[in-house]
Design a protein around this ligand. Structure first.
Ligand SMILES: *[C@@H]1O[C@H](CO)[C@@H](O)[C@H](O)[C@H]1NC(C)=O
Ligand SMILES: *[C@@H]1O[C@H](CO)[C@@H](O)[C@H](O)[C@H]1NC(C)=O
Ligand SMILES: *[C@@H]1O[C@H](CO)[C@@H](O)[C@H](O)[C@H]1NC(C)=O
Length: 773
């Protein structure tokens, strides 16, 4: 990362936090290469690419990692170096950009995900392994901490990112489960540049923290976010000569040694008494010696070391015996790392660096496992051991990486799963800032949410130094209660306000549109019925059984009218009636259609001499009665087993109470629908087969088409019905009712009406018969 210091020449220098990561990686690789058992005769190397703060560089860098000889030629193999694995990025944004590229090349990537839900998707990013702890684990650890101290009235400051909404959503749910109330949530942008004044966002942040009385504030974000917070606190405390006295709970995404340069660490005192979670670490043997042996005059290929040395010791690295051209102090190389404050350089491996150290070792162990398998295979075939670095392909790493299990040199067990590194909990650290600006981070406990509850949490409250000397007493805590189900907290979380009711009312735009449609279609049906009755003796009305035509028209009218049962505030009676009326009326309509189609078939067969069909003609009425009777029986048993009832649903739609009809028995609802589907399928098949039969007025063609419309409406109904909630769900059903009934009405009756009303000259027997020949 590029860091800039105010009032100094802008140096391309790794911010000290990231430099420890580089050293941890270099140290791990050095140890692996020296280990005579792990990877004998194989030398691991690594390249470091800096991550630009705007993240736009990472695709270029990723591509150049895939190429060699300093030019970008991905996919071309120009030398024998083999890229086995990448480590990075340090935040979910760069991790994501890298994962899109390395995923294509099946190269395993070990990186930080934080709360990004996308990177967790194994189907999309099969080669990405997360090396920071799953944040739901961390959330659970924070909850353990809050529950231990009985803090249930808190504020949250979170780094604004693509995934922060998701993070808050998940965290909110976890807290609510434990009856912990959030008083405020503030999202802030990470602040990269350092200016000695507050911007409007920081003032807003201050105002939020001051105007709320929550004594415990959780800060989730990386070091840039924390820096923004620290600056705000510092300016306030300097101006007012008071301390905030809040308990800051800091998450693992930022690092203590990340805060930056000398001149800033005085500002850290606002964090006095904070508690922080960090990945569980153990001292890594040899790391301190490795650090203390660093010499800027012998960087061994580490281009960052001299620059870093110049920044932290404020001197110039020059060849021995040369004088500094601008009179600045010359670095001797003997400067003592011990003199650096912990905020600038931490001799202990930080949680981030520890993950990187373990990740590097994991790759080595995966390689070791791969090598063992290959050499066993080679031995079986009686050949010499293969040259691993030539035969190993990067995609072969995955199966071995997922099975990695070893004890690291510090004695911690490291293992992998499909998605990433496993974690054995968190250390809880307490920040103590002395007046002489010495900063201590004391381990005061640990939390492991995955362990059984008795072993999962331990803290020594007496060892904790609080900002106000005393553990905060929280007067609001006792009053913190969740809102009743029919109410929701207001914006400041100080009042419960009623949720709004959600049902399809007549006043709704959607409701009134559907009502007008239903009225329009009902009126049309009534007019058609009137026309048919007026011309009841004309051949076109008499064709194919007049009575069935009337029944069909009346049932279609009822279909349109029954949509009114679905609109308006649901009551027990309307709930009982709506699906049942719908089921019975629609099955009557469809069985009439079926009867009409059969009339066409039977009439045709009756023209053949000696056919028994003639006897059956006129018996279709039985069908029109029998089919709805079966549906009625179904509905009756529905009412008997578990009738529909009105129900209040508090949770499906955010901030609203859904007033709905509960079907009582979903199985019965689908049985009624399926029976209708069955009837319409039969009608469709019969009509389709009969569509070419000669007839006085061939309805079969029109019926085929109408059943096609009908079936497609109800087939598309199901997915949309299942994917909606509340009033939209009801609207979908009404719409399907109207659309399918209107389909039947227009396909079957419009052509007839056209002839009856506009072309009475065509409405005579000879003409209709003549059409056939
Ligand atoms: C390493 O290389 C040396 C020299 O080529 C060879 O004698 C030795 O057996 C190799 N070791 C392994 C474990 O392959
Ligand atoms: C790691 O060390 C622990 C304790 O010494 C031991 O029980 C465990 O089996 C070791 N695991 C591996 C993979 O060597
Ligand atoms: C700062 O003060 C603390 C406590 O008074 C003391 O332990 C520590 O040694 C001091 N550090 C320095 C560098 O003077």
């Amino acid at each position: 990362m590029i860091g800039c210091q105010i009032g100094k020449k802008c140096l391309r220098t790794p911010v000290p936090k990231n430099y420890q990561h580089i050293l941890a990686l270099a140290f791990a690789i050095q140890e692996v290469n020296r280990d005579p058992y792990l990877l004998p005769n194989i030398t691991l190397g690594f390249r470091i690419y800096e991550e630009n703060q705007y993240a736009s560089m990472s695709p270029d860098v990723s591509l150049s990692l895939l190429s060699s000889r300093g030019k970008v030629f991905p996919n071309y193999k120009c030398d024998t170096l083999n890229l086995l694995s990448v480590l990075g990025g340090l935040n979910s944004r760069t991790s994501y950009q890298m994962a899109t590229i390395f995923g294509n090349f099946k190269i395993s990537q070990l990186g930080y995900r934080f709360s990004d839900p996308v990177l967790r998707d194994k189907t999309q990013f099969p080669t990405f392994y997360q090396i920071d702890p799953q944040y739901d684990l961390q959330n659970a650890a924070i909850v353990q901490l809050l529950l231990y101290f009985q803090w249930n009235w808190i504020g949250i400051v979170v780094q604004k990112s693509e995934s922060s909404d998701h993070f808050i959503w998940i965290f909110d749910a976890t807290l609510a489960l434990n009856d912990i109330c959030i008083q405020f949530v503030k999202q802030i942008l990470p602040r990269i540049s350092i200016f000695n004044e507050l911007n409007s966002e920081q003032i807003d942040l201050l105002w939020t923290i001051l105007s709320n009385d929550a004594q415990v504030v959780i800060v989730a974000g990386d070091s840039n976010t924390l820096q923004s917070l620290i600056l705000s606190l510092y300016f306030y405390e300097e101006a007012k000569h008071t301390a905030f006295g809040k308990v800051w709970i800091l998450t693992t995404q930022w690092e203590f040694s990340a805060i930056g340069y000398h001149y800033e660490w005085g500002k850290l005192k606002s964090l006095h008494g904070a508690l922080s979670l960090t990945v569980h670490t153990k001292p890594v043997p040899g790391f301190k010696d490795y650090l203390w042996a660093l010499n800027p005059h012998e960087p061994h290929g580490d281009v960052f070391l001299p620059e870093w040395w110049e920044v932290v010791f404020d001197c110039q690295v020059l060849k021995a015996g040369l004088a500094s051209p601008d009179g600045r102090r010359v670095c001797t190389g003997e400067e003592n790392l011990d003199t650096l404050p912990a905020s600038v350089f931490d001799g202990k491996m930080t949680g981030f660096s520890y993950s990187i150290y373990n990740a590097a070792y994991s790759v080595a162990h995966a390689l070791h496992a791969a090598y063992m398998v290959e050499s066993q295979l080679a031995l079986k075939r009686g050949r010499k051991k293969p040259h691993l670095h030539l035969s190993m392909k990067s995609w072969q790493m995955h199966v071995f990486l997922r099975k990695v299990l070893f004890n690291n040199t510090a004695g911690d067990e490291v293992s992998f799963s499909e998605t990433g590194m496993k974690y054995a909990g968190f250390d809880i650290l307490n920040w103590v800032v002395f007046a002489n600006m010495t900063i201590l981070r004391e381990k005061v406990g640990w939390a492991n949410p995955e362990a059984p509850s008795a072993e999962g949490f331990s803290i020594n409250p007496d060892a904790i130094v609080w900002a106000n000397q005393l553990m905060p007493v929280l007067p609001d805590a006792a009053q913190c209660t969740p809102c009743p189900e029919d109410q929701q907290p207001n914006k400041n979380h100080v009042l419960c306000i009623p949720k709004t009711m959600n049902f399809l009312s007549y006043e709704d735009t959607l409701g009134s549109i559907l009502v007008s449609l239903a009225l329009f279609f009902s009126l049309t049906t009534i007019l058609m019925l009137a026309a048919f009755i007026k011309h009841c003796n004309t051949p076109i009305v008499k064709a194919n059984n007049r009575n069935i035509t009337y029944i069909l028209l009346v049932s279609l009218l009822l279909c349109f009218l029954c949509s009114f049962l679905f609109i308006g505030q649901p009551r027990n009676l309307t709930c009982l009636l709506r699906q049942i009326a719908f089921g019975i009326i629609f099955s009557t309509a469809i069985s009439s259609v079926l009867a009409k189609t059969l009339t066409v078939v039977l009439a045709f067969m009756a023209t053949k001499p000696g056919n028994r069909a003639r006897k059956l003609l006129g018996k279709q009425m039985i069908l029109v009665l029998a089919c709805p009777l079966v549906q009625t029986a179904l509905c009756a048993s529905w009412l008997a087993i578990s009738p529909p009832f009105t129900n209040l649903d508090f949770h499906s739609v955010k901030g609203e109470i859904v007033l709905e009809c509960n079907e009582g028995s979903t199985a019965m609802f689908y049985a009624v629908l399926s029976y209708m589907g069955f009837l319409s399928l039969i009608s469709f098949i019969v009509a389709f087969l009969a569509r070419k039969l000669p007839d006085s007025f061939n309805e079969a063609k029109f019926i085929t088409f109408s059943m096609l419309v009908f079936c497609s409406v109800w087939v598309s109904f199901l997915p949309s019905y299942l994917s909606t909630k509340g009033k939209s769900m009801v609207a979908v059903e009404i719409f399907s009712i109207l659309a399918s009934a209107a389909g039947l009405l227009s396909c079957i009756f419009l052509p007839k009406c056209y002839v009856i009303v506009l072309r009475p000259d065509l409405n005579n027997r000879s003409h209709l018969m003549g059409k056939i020949k």
